[in-house]
Design a protein around this ligand. Structure first.
Ligand SMILES: CC(C)(COP(=O)(O)OP(=O)(O)OC[C@H]1O[C@@H](n2cnc3c(N)ncnc32)[C@H](O)[C@@H]1OP(=O)(O)O)[C@@H](O)C(=O)NCCC(=O)NCCS
Length: 181
């Protein structure tokens, strides 16, 4: 994967040493964010995590760093359907890096790559109804709610989606042409 430079973040390939960094992150306290806490306590857990990161060549997995190179989180696209040109977005930042605008910029940067380079037509995601920060972030980028469903964890989730045209409209680009770099 190429390294993709955003306004405040850089998206690059995941490295084995990222596991060492992620293992030092504090935990999220919120019940709805327990899934986002990384369990990388031992070297073998960290090796297994990295092997898993590399194992699925059908998805795009990237590390999010600050422009200074500090690891801030991970994001990616999964369930890529090349026929329908759709994929599902996922993101998880470190608790140390939330609420600083990095998530919004990382998602915008990934979407620009998804629509312009991968030529996807639509990107979907789901988000827990009570994850208000993530919902606000997705709305800022231009995702809109399409439906809701109940998760296996008993929580209500919103299904959200953004088309290439909506991304360009929402992010200030009048036409579907190539975005300025
Ligand atoms: C969700 C996530 C990617 C967002 O990235 P981020 O860098 O923290 O978000 P940003 O700083 O770009 O934007 C957050 C916005 O939410 C707002 N916000 C923060 N807490 C909020 C709350 N409790 N209720 C409503 N809005 C909230 C912020 O004010 C900001 O909006 P603004 O720019 O209009 O002021 C990141 O917080 C994260 O990884 N969280 C943990 C894992 C997670 O929830 N992943 C998503 C699962 S679907």
């Amino acid at each position: 994967m190429p390294t993709i430079v955003g306004e405040h973040v850089v998206l690059r390939d995941v490295r084995r040493e990222d596991a060492e960094d992620a293992a030092t992150w504090p935990r999220f306290a919120e019940p709805e964010l327990q899934w986002a806490n990384v369990a990388l306590r031992t070297p073998s857990e960290r090796d297994a995590w990295f092997r898993h990161e590399l194992s699925d060549t059908e998805r795009v997995r990237l590390a999010v760093t600050t422009r200074d190179g500090e690891l801030a989180g991970f994001l990616g696209l999964r369930d890529i359907d090349w026929r329908q040109r759709r994929a599902t977005l996922g993101i998880r930042l470190s608790p140390l890096h939330v609420n600083q605008g990095l998530g919004t910029d990382a998602i915008r940067t990934l979407l620009r790559y998804a629509f312009e380079t991968l030529d996807l037509a639509r990107v979907d995601l789901d988000v827990a109804e009570r994850n208000h920060r993530a919902r606000r972030c997705y709305t800022k980028v231009g995702f809109s709610e399409t439906s809701t469903h109940w998760g296996f964890d008993g929580q209500r989730y919103l299904d959200m989606s953004i088309s290439r045209a909506a991304f360009h409209r929402h992010n200030g680009y009048a036409a579907e042409g190539t975005l300025p770099s």
